[in-house]
Design a protein around this ligand. Sequence first.
Ligand code: GAP
Length: 504
Amino acid sequence: MANLSIDDMAMFCKRKGFVYPSSEIYGGMAGFFDYGPYGAELKNNIKQEWWKFHVQSREDIVGIDGSIISNPKVWVASGHAEHFGDTLVEDLKTHERFRADVLIEETLKIQADGLTAEDMGKLIKENNIKSPKGNALSEPRQFNLMFTTNVGPVQSEESKAYLRAETAQIIFAEFKNVYDTARLKLPFGIAQMGKAFRNEIAPRNFLFRCREFEQMEIEYFIHPKKQNDCQFIDEVINERLLIYSAEMQNKGEKEKEMTVKDALKKGIIKSQWHAYWLAIEHKWFLNLGAKRENFRIRQHKKEELAHYSSDCWDLEYNFPWGWKELQGIADRGDFDLQQHMKHSKKDMSIFDEESKEKVVANVVAEPSLGVDRSFLVFMFDAYDDDKERGNIVLHMHPKLAPIKVAVLPLVNKLEDKAREVYMMLKDEMFTFYDRSGSVGRRYARMDELGTPFCVTIDFDTIEKDQAVTIRERDTTQQVRVKIKELKETLKKLINCEIMFKDIK
Ligand code: GAP
């Protein structure tokens, strides 16, 4: 991704039908985007892979699909109605509003997220920080990010409701129903993916900070006294992570690469469960083709921690404008369940069979990932401006690639056979049929959309061998395969059960 800026990426995404600014014909709307034909496919594939990996292939996690609007008391109990905000400052001349932490970070090159409004005010005064237009700024003040709406025919305070700002709270509100109906026992997780809405003061960097976005979240519940009883820890114990602890940040040190084993032994990551979730989330990205060198895990400094969290690490990605949060993995303890018990007066404790105790389960880790930020990561890590080929190549993992296979007749005369091949494949894998332009041009078009395999039908297909040529996107190598073996071969290639070089 070397020199690709986020604006270049936004332009590429628009030009190739991945993502458009929403309602552009009316001038657009900051912080809202529409996914085009290939973006919608890629986004669905990311979500599908996440759900398969985190829910369907695990015995200890179940998934739910909650509503976007719920009883506003949910958000009062969670603290969002009161506390969920950013600190903003106003340009005293133009009345434009900005996030105070962002202005401070950009001017002073320090971490300002989590500072109090008072501390930010001091920093702004002491360093004479001005608005981007050079004007004086107001005192910083809190701004709530929750979008509100009214439910029912009357618009009043009583009918006010919120669009959910995270999917997580619905998991907590439904905790008892899910526990009672899914026959769960500790430790277990509840997962959800779906839309979330935040009235961001400064939506920016394309899909990175939007006002409408999607999250994929898990609340992982354990017995409060079993932080170190992670039965899966051996699966990740030798995983290498680039670690940037709060202590390293406070001492001005650089991040260090170490194994999960060493991080636990040195007490850098406090609990086995937290370490497990950090490593497994890191692994999920790498398994889908993201580049190891672009990831690190960074611990929140004390002043950054959210009101509900006693420890939090972010999986960060090295975006073109620096290391930024891709996924938060917080220890939320029993904060949320306690809050909902207090506000709803319903008992949320459960009976732990193993210890024979009634407990309020603890969230030892909340892996909370944005779909749209993941989309950017996979796009950046796949993007390659291949000067030799003269076109962009998206080296997208076959499982994520929007189109899996393109069927290309060499010339129009071969269309009947090519359509036959297309019809044979299309119900099993997303197949694209393309008859227009030179084969070179058609290959280039598919490279730019990340299509891992192109199947070409030529005269030999009909006249000689009932076989076709498969061309691999990444190497441009070609191999001849009998039509009767084509579907199975492609399925295995897409699922990474065989390598292209191994096809005989
Ligand atoms: N339940 C915890 C929670 O929501 P968060 O750090 O506010 O934590 C989790 O959000 C993830 O959601 C982030 O790491 C990011 O990937 C994504 N996210 C948050 N705000 C976003 C925004 N405005 N636009 C796009 N993605 C966002």
